[in-house]
Design a protein around this ligand. Structure first.
Ligand SMILES: *Cc1c(COP(=O)(O)O)cnc(C)c1O
Length: 367
């Protein structure tokens, strides 16, 4: 008997999450110097972390022997004030990924189901399958979420609907009014997880007041992260905002010290540094224009995106991905999402985007 047989069927059936290739790994494999490699594979902030944040966490280094504040009091207070909700409505996560897992652990069993869209963020099916629940995948419409079809897909045993807006990897976006109407139609005994990992990148007029909807929809959980626009992916910190009842359940399955002390301090400072955030958004907008103009010039189709990444259609994406790797450019294949002809590329700095476009042109000419 293999030890794998000791794991339940639903765990053995999990297809592991495929992260973007680390720079050090490509450097080892191809013998390319690390500083010549461009990584546009994990939607990380190309400007790195704000210098203000780096300065603020230095004080915390001296306290690393101590456990972090398990309740995350200060960070929750700062978030609650900003979001105009009570502190008891905030749940902190070791990345927002942690919050998504908590929702699955707290509310799903092997006898229940969760609804999500085709091409939706890969962590939803993973979290659902990890607790032995049934995932109901709803066919996408133009690569985006088909809200009507998702409503109709809700069954008697459905406890959660996952919605990513903007969605990763497609970058598709639903206007706030449509999401709000959807939430109004979802039965009150079904939780709606609204994953807004790219919320900060939206222009003001497209940023809905999703947290404000919680007052009327206690079954709504809005999930956001410090990994993307705030440039803290390596520290792992995100949060959910929801009703006090739902937050209470999430906190019961949360690890006692899930958000480390550096992450808590960094997130507090990151929220204050509005100048850095604005700069990141400007760079992203310019970079997105640079990439999409490059695609047009090369005759490459792409899915218009509201995030800090964009999917382009390149035919044999595996071959194209490999060719880009050989040229020192790491992007993300999305065949595991059922998109074998697309590559997802994160928006980088101007020079990084240029290097990617040049490598893409080279790869296209050879294929
Ligand atoms: C990146 C991402 C997350 C998770 O990010 P964390 O680093 O775990 O906070 C969640 N949802 C979507 C859609 C993402 O793209």
């Amino acid at each position: 008997m293999s030890l794998c047989d000791l794991a339940p069927h639903h765990v053995r059936g999990i297809a592991p999450y495929q992260p973007g290739k680390p720079i050090a790994e490509l450097a080892r494999e191809m013998g390319i110097a690390e500083d010549e490699i461009v990584k546009l594979a994990s939607n990380e902030n190309p400007l790195g972390t704000s210098p203000r944040v780096l300065a603020a966490i230095e004080n915390v280094f001296l306290e690393l022997a101590r456990y972090p504040d398990g309740s995350g009091f200060d960070l929750k207070a700062a978030l609650a004030e900003r979001l105009k909700v009570g502190q008891e409505q905030i749940v902190l996560g070791n990345g927002s990924n942690d919050v998504l897992e908590m929702v699955a652990r707290a509310f799903l069993t092997s006898g229940s189901s969760a609804v999500y869209s085709q091409y939706a963020f890969a962590v939803y099916p993973l979290a659902v399958q990890g607790v032995g629940a049934r995932g109901i995948e709803v066919p996408a419409k133009d690569y985006g979420h088909d809200l009507m079809a998702m409503l109709e897909a809700i069954e008697d045993d459905t406890r959660i609907v996952f919605l990513a807006n903007p969605n990763n990897p497609t970058g598709t976006f639903l206007p706030p009014a449509e999401v709000k109407s959807f939430i109004e139609e979802v039965p009150r005994e079904v939780l709606v997880v609204l994953d807004e990992a790219y919320y900060e990148y939206l222009p003001r007029e497209l940023q809905g007041d999703s947290v404000g909807w919680i007052a009327h929809h206690p079954n709504l959980i809005v999930v956001r992260t410090f990994s993307k626009a705030y440039g803290l992916a390596g520290l792992r910190v995100g949060y959910g905002a929801t009703s006090a009842e739902v937050a209470d359940m999430l906190n019961r399955v949360r690890q006692p010290f899930n958000v480390n002390s550096l992450a808590q301090a960094a997130a507090m400072e990151a929220m204050e540094d509005e100048a850095f955030l604005e700069h990141c958004l400007d760079i992203n907008e310019a970079g997105m224009d640079q990439l999409t103009e490059g695609f047009k010039r090369l005759g490459v189709e792409y899915i218009p995106s509201h995030g800090n990444f964009v999917c382009c259609r390149v035919g044999n994406a595996t071959a194209m991905y490999r060719s880009l790797l050989r040229q020192g450019v790491i992007v993300r294949p999305v065949a595991n999402y059922g998109m074998p002809e697309h590559l997802r590329v994160s928006v980088g700095l101007e020079s990084e985007n240029a290097k990617f476009l040049q490598a893409l042109e080279h790869a296209l000419n050879k294929s």
